[in-house]
Design a protein around this ligand. Structure first.
Ligand code: URA
Length: 229
Protein backbone atom coordinates (compact mmCIF):
# COMPACT_ATOMS: atom_id res chain seq x y z
CA UNK A 1 0.00 0.00 0.00
CA UNK A 2 1.06 3.65 -0.33
CA UNK A 3 3.19 5.09 2.44
CA UNK A 4 0.64 7.77 3.39
CA UNK A 5 -2.07 5.08 3.64
CA UNK A 6 0.19 2.96 5.84
CA UNK A 7 0.74 5.92 8.18
CA UNK A 8 -3.04 6.49 8.41
CA UNK A 9 -3.64 2.78 9.04
CA UNK A 10 -1.10 2.64 11.84
CA UNK A 11 -1.89 5.93 13.62
CA UNK A 12 -4.92 8.19 14.14
CA UNK A 13 -3.55 10.66 11.57
CA UNK A 14 -5.55 11.78 8.56
CA UNK A 15 -4.01 11.68 5.08
CA UNK A 16 -3.12 15.39 4.99
CA UNK A 17 -1.14 15.18 8.24
CA UNK A 18 0.56 11.93 7.17
CA UNK A 19 1.74 13.60 3.96
CA UNK A 20 3.08 16.61 5.88
CA UNK A 21 5.13 14.35 8.16
CA UNK A 22 6.49 12.44 5.16
CA UNK A 23 7.45 15.70 3.41
CA UNK A 24 9.11 16.91 6.63
CA UNK A 25 11.40 13.86 6.57
CA UNK A 26 9.96 12.33 9.74
CA UNK A 27 9.18 8.95 8.18
CA UNK A 28 11.80 6.24 7.64
CA UNK A 29 11.39 3.04 5.63
CA UNK A 30 14.00 0.38 6.38
CA UNK A 31 16.22 3.03 7.96
CA UNK A 32 16.07 5.46 5.02
CA UNK A 33 14.14 8.72 5.06
CA UNK A 34 11.36 8.71 2.43
CA UNK A 35 9.73 11.99 1.36
CA UNK A 36 7.41 10.58 -1.31
CA UNK A 37 3.98 9.69 0.08
CA UNK A 38 3.14 7.54 -2.98
CA UNK A 39 5.95 5.02 -2.40
CA UNK A 40 4.60 1.45 -2.07
CA UNK A 41 5.36 -0.24 1.24
CA UNK A 42 4.60 -3.68 2.69
CA UNK A 43 3.70 -4.91 6.15
CA UNK A 44 7.14 -6.48 6.54
CA UNK A 45 8.97 -3.18 5.88
CA UNK A 46 10.42 -1.47 8.94
CA UNK A 47 8.51 1.84 8.97
CA UNK A 48 9.02 4.42 11.70
CA UNK A 49 7.69 7.85 12.53
CA UNK A 50 9.76 10.09 14.77
CA UNK A 51 11.82 7.04 15.72
CA UNK A 52 8.79 4.96 16.69
CA UNK A 53 8.14 1.74 14.75
CA UNK A 54 4.64 1.57 13.25
CA UNK A 55 2.38 -1.44 12.70
CA UNK A 56 -0.68 -1.19 10.45
CA UNK A 57 -4.05 -2.15 11.91
CA UNK A 58 -5.57 -5.31 10.47
CA UNK A 59 -7.90 -4.89 7.52
CA UNK A 60 -11.62 -5.12 8.28
CA UNK A 61 -14.11 -7.28 6.39
CA UNK A 62 -17.83 -7.25 7.05
CA UNK A 63 -21.19 -7.96 5.49
CA UNK A 64 -24.51 -6.21 5.89
CA UNK A 65 -28.02 -7.09 4.80
CA UNK A 66 -28.93 -3.85 3.05
CA UNK A 67 -32.48 -2.57 3.53
CA UNK A 68 -34.26 -0.74 0.71
CA UNK A 69 -33.94 3.04 0.68
CA UNK A 70 -30.34 3.16 1.85
CA UNK A 71 -27.34 4.33 -0.18
CA UNK A 72 -24.15 2.44 -0.99
CA UNK A 73 -22.20 5.63 -0.39
CA UNK A 74 -20.04 6.98 2.43
CA UNK A 75 -22.34 9.98 2.82
CA UNK A 76 -26.07 10.44 3.25
CA UNK A 77 -28.04 11.69 0.26
CA UNK A 78 -31.71 11.26 -0.66
CA UNK A 79 -31.57 8.27 1.69
CA UNK A 80 -29.24 7.48 4.60
CA UNK A 81 -25.86 5.94 3.87
CA UNK A 82 -25.51 2.23 4.60
CA UNK A 83 -22.69 3.22 6.94
CA UNK A 84 -25.22 4.87 9.25
CA UNK A 85 -26.21 1.28 10.21
CA UNK A 86 -22.65 0.24 11.09
CA UNK A 87 -21.27 1.43 14.39
CA UNK A 88 -17.48 1.09 13.99
CA UNK A 89 -14.46 3.35 14.38
CA UNK A 90 -13.13 5.24 11.37
CA UNK A 91 -16.05 4.45 9.01
CA UNK A 92 -14.55 6.82 6.42
CA UNK A 93 -11.73 4.29 5.84
CA UNK A 94 -14.25 1.68 4.69
CA UNK A 95 -15.67 1.21 1.22
CA UNK A 96 -18.26 -1.02 -0.44
CA UNK A 97 -17.09 -3.97 -2.54
CA UNK A 98 -19.83 -3.87 -5.18
CA UNK A 99 -22.58 -1.32 -4.79
CA UNK A 100 -26.34 -1.90 -4.94
CA UNK A 101 -28.98 0.57 -6.07
CA UNK A 102 -30.94 2.43 -3.40
CA UNK A 103 -34.00 0.19 -3.82
CA UNK A 104 -32.03 -3.09 -4.02
CA UNK A 105 -31.75 -5.17 -0.85
CA UNK A 106 -29.44 -7.93 0.36
CA UNK A 107 -25.78 -8.73 0.64
CA UNK A 108 -23.21 -5.95 0.62
CA UNK A 109 -19.55 -6.53 1.49
CA UNK A 110 -17.61 -3.76 3.20
CA UNK A 111 -13.87 -3.47 3.74
CA UNK A 112 -10.81 -1.23 3.78
CA UNK A 113 -8.76 -3.70 1.70
CA UNK A 114 -8.63 -2.58 -1.93
CA UNK A 115 -6.94 -5.77 -3.14
CA UNK A 116 -9.78 -7.86 -1.72
CA UNK A 117 -12.37 -5.60 -3.35
CA UNK A 118 -10.62 -6.07 -6.69
CA UNK A 119 -10.83 -9.88 -6.33
CA UNK A 120 -14.59 -9.56 -5.79
CA UNK A 121 -15.52 -6.90 -8.31
CA UNK A 122 -13.16 -7.47 -11.23
CA UNK A 123 -14.78 -9.67 -13.91
CA UNK A 124 -11.40 -11.45 -14.21
CA UNK A 125 -11.99 -12.80 -10.67
CA UNK A 126 -15.06 -14.72 -11.96
CA UNK A 127 -16.74 -14.15 -8.59
CA UNK A 128 -20.40 -15.21 -8.74
CA UNK A 129 -23.06 -12.78 -7.52
CA UNK A 130 -26.54 -14.25 -7.18
CA UNK A 131 -29.61 -12.01 -7.40
CA UNK A 132 -33.20 -12.93 -6.64
CA UNK A 133 -35.32 -11.00 -9.11
CA UNK A 134 -39.08 -10.46 -9.13
CA UNK A 135 -40.44 -9.49 -12.52
CA UNK A 136 -43.38 -7.48 -13.81
CA UNK A 137 -44.20 -10.11 -16.46
CA UNK A 138 -43.58 -13.85 -16.92
CA UNK A 139 -40.03 -14.48 -18.08
CA UNK A 140 -39.61 -14.99 -21.87
CA UNK A 141 -38.91 -18.60 -22.85
CA UNK A 142 -35.61 -17.70 -24.54
CA UNK A 143 -34.30 -15.31 -21.84
CA UNK A 144 -32.01 -17.96 -20.28
CA UNK A 145 -30.31 -18.60 -23.63
CA UNK A 146 -29.97 -14.84 -24.32
CA UNK A 147 -28.35 -14.25 -20.93
CA UNK A 148 -25.95 -17.14 -21.52
CA UNK A 149 -24.94 -15.72 -24.92
CA UNK A 150 -24.56 -12.17 -23.58
CA UNK A 151 -26.84 -9.17 -23.87
CA UNK A 152 -26.15 -5.94 -25.77
CA UNK A 153 -26.92 -3.29 -23.17
CA UNK A 154 -27.78 0.19 -24.34
CA UNK A 155 -24.67 2.36 -24.48
CA UNK A 156 -22.22 -0.57 -24.03
CA UNK A 157 -19.77 -1.77 -26.69
CA UNK A 158 -19.34 -5.28 -25.31
CA UNK A 159 -21.95 -7.95 -24.64
CA UNK A 160 -22.53 -8.86 -21.02
CA UNK A 161 -20.53 -11.86 -19.82
CA UNK A 162 -22.40 -15.22 -19.75
CA UNK A 163 -25.00 -15.12 -16.97
CA UNK A 164 -27.05 -18.01 -15.60
CA UNK A 165 -30.79 -17.82 -15.16
CA UNK A 166 -32.67 -20.18 -12.86
CA UNK A 167 -36.44 -19.93 -13.06
CA UNK A 168 -38.24 -20.30 -9.72
CA UNK A 169 -41.67 -19.23 -10.93
CA UNK A 170 -42.60 -17.42 -14.17
CA UNK A 171 -42.12 -14.08 -12.37
CA UNK A 172 -39.33 -14.94 -9.92
CA UNK A 173 -35.83 -15.97 -10.99
CA UNK A 174 -32.27 -16.26 -9.71
CA UNK A 175 -29.66 -14.60 -11.89
CA UNK A 176 -25.93 -15.27 -11.45
CA UNK A 177 -23.48 -12.68 -12.77
CA UNK A 178 -19.70 -12.40 -12.70
CA UNK A 179 -19.60 -8.67 -13.40
CA UNK A 180 -21.33 -5.56 -12.09
CA UNK A 181 -22.10 -2.97 -14.71
CA UNK A 182 -24.25 0.03 -13.75
CA UNK A 183 -27.85 -1.16 -13.10
CA UNK A 184 -26.87 -4.38 -14.87
CA UNK A 185 -29.69 -6.66 -13.72
CA UNK A 186 -32.40 -4.12 -14.45
CA UNK A 187 -30.91 -3.34 -17.86
CA UNK A 188 -30.60 -7.03 -18.77
CA UNK A 189 -34.27 -7.69 -18.05
CA UNK A 190 -35.27 -4.51 -19.87
CA UNK A 191 -33.31 -5.81 -22.89
CA UNK A 192 -35.49 -8.95 -22.99
CA UNK A 193 -38.71 -6.93 -22.68
CA UNK A 194 -39.33 -7.30 -18.95
CA UNK A 195 -39.05 -5.11 -15.86
CA UNK A 196 -37.52 -5.76 -12.44
CA UNK A 197 -39.97 -5.03 -9.65
CA UNK A 198 -37.71 -6.13 -6.79
CA UNK A 199 -34.07 -7.09 -6.56
CA UNK A 200 -32.23 -8.80 -3.71
CA UNK A 201 -28.58 -9.97 -3.72
CA UNK A 202 -28.41 -13.36 -1.99
CA UNK A 203 -24.74 -14.24 -2.23
CA UNK A 204 -21.32 -13.20 -3.44
CA UNK A 205 -18.96 -16.13 -4.01
CA UNK A 206 -19.32 -18.47 -1.03
CA UNK A 207 -20.74 -15.77 1.26
CA UNK A 208 -24.51 -15.60 1.71
CA UNK A 209 -26.58 -13.03 3.48
CA UNK A 210 -27.42 -14.64 6.83
CA UNK A 211 -28.28 -11.73 9.10
CA UNK A 212 -31.58 -9.88 9.47
CA UNK A 213 -32.24 -6.84 7.30
CA UNK A 214 -30.22 -3.87 8.54
CA UNK A 215 -27.88 -6.10 10.60
CA UNK A 216 -24.17 -6.64 9.95
CA UNK A 217 -21.33 -8.90 11.07
CA UNK A 218 -17.59 -9.38 10.53
CA UNK A 219 -16.58 -12.13 8.07
CA UNK A 220 -14.65 -15.19 9.25
CA UNK A 221 -11.05 -15.70 8.10
CA UNK A 222 -12.23 -18.52 5.81
CA UNK A 223 -14.86 -16.29 4.23
CA UNK A 224 -12.28 -13.56 3.60
CA UNK A 225 -9.83 -16.05 2.08
CA UNK A 226 -12.47 -17.69 -0.10
CA UNK A 227 -12.26 -14.80 -2.57
CA UNK A 228 -8.60 -15.50 -3.31
CA UNK A 229 -8.98 -19.17 -4.29
N1 URA B 1 -28.09 -4.68 -10.89
C1 URA B 1 -28.98 -3.67 -10.77
O1 URA B 1 -29.66 -3.31 -11.71
N2 URA B 1 -29.08 -3.07 -9.57
C2 URA B 1 -28.38 -3.45 -8.48
O2 URA B 1 -28.53 -2.88 -7.39
C3 URA B 1 -27.46 -4.50 -8.62
C4 URA B 1 -27.33 -5.10 -9.85
Amino acid sequence: MRLDRFICKSTELVKYDAIQLIHNGEVFVNGVVVRNEAVQVHENNDISLNGQKLAARAFRYMLINKPANTLCSNVDGVYPSLFSLIDVERPSELHIAGRLDANTTGLVLITDDGRWTFAITSPSGQCHKVYRVKLAKPIAADAGESFLQGIALQGEQELTLPAQLQIITPQEVLLTLTEGKFHQVKRMFAAVGNKVVSLHRESIGAVSVDVAEGEWRYLSVDEVQSFYT
